[in-house]
Design a protein around this ligand. Structure first.
Ligand SMILES: [Zn+2]
Length: 90
């Protein structure tokens, strides 16, 4: 429907706390997406609300925060991660 952004998700396996977790990586925008915030990405969809990260470490930190239930069941209020701002990668 929307043609603004067609992510090409690549499911990556990473190890977090000795557990293997699946995360989403968009090869188009080079962004990592949190599959807990936006599980749609695991199925190739565009998450309605999710958290995106420029690097894996940030995602891992965020992922760990889920474990500690920081966000628990609270209504996620649009956590906007300034997706537009490209950081120099080097
Ligand atoms: Zn998340």
């Amino acid at each position: 429907m929307s043609s603004r952004w067609v992510p090409k998700w690549e499911i990556q396996k990473i190890e977090i706390n000795n557990r293997e977790e699946s995360i989403c990586y968009d090869t188009e925008t080079k962004l990592y997406a949190c599959p807990k915030c936006g599980p749609e990405c695991l199925k190739g969809g565009i998450p309605r609300s999710s958290s995106y990260f420029f690097n894996k470490d940030d995602l891992i930190n965020h992922f760990l925060a889920h474990k500690y239930l920081i966000w628990e069941k609270k209504k996620p209020k649009e956590i906007e991660e300034e997706e537009e701002e490209e950081e120099d990668e080097e």
